[in-house]
Design a protein. Structure first.
Length: 125
């Protein structure tokens, strides 16, 4: 199984995002950084961290009687995997219907359009 194949839930992804911003962190530190509207207990955070460790998405290091966590997979890899799964699941693996859907539903700024055009030019080159 590659890093792209690791299944990451939305809750697990939120913890990974915290660790990508700053690591290593202990479970208490991570719980303190979770947005208050999540209302996660320390036990919930530890459960999610345990799942991420079992998947190989985070590594642990001992710090006395506590563990400190750091991401074992990078953000770009997870993003690519998640985006690919979305395209496969909702658009049959085709990217153009996704782009068309986003363009129709979202208000693209001139800057957004310029970035998309530049990306397409780079892909064609």
């Amino acid at each position: 199984m590659t890093d792209k194949d690791i299944r990451i839930s939305d809750a697990e992804l939120q913890l990974l995002q915290l660790l990508w911003e700053e690591s290593p962190l202990g479970a208490v530190d991570i719980a303190a950084r979770v947005p208050a509207d999540r209302e996660w207990s320390l036990t919930t955070v530890k459960t999610l961290l345990g799942r991420l460790a079992a998947k190989g998405a985070v590594s642990t290091e001992g710090d006395g009687r506590r563990f400190r966590y750091r991401p074992a997979i990078d953000c770009a890899t997870v993003t690519a995997g998640q985006a690919g799964k979305l395209v496969d699941r909702l658009f049959g693996g085709r990217v153009s219907p996704l782009v068309a859907h986003l363009a129709q539903r979202q208000r693209l700024t001139d800057e957004d359009i310029a970035e998309i055009e530049a990306l397409l030019r780079d892909l064609k080159a």
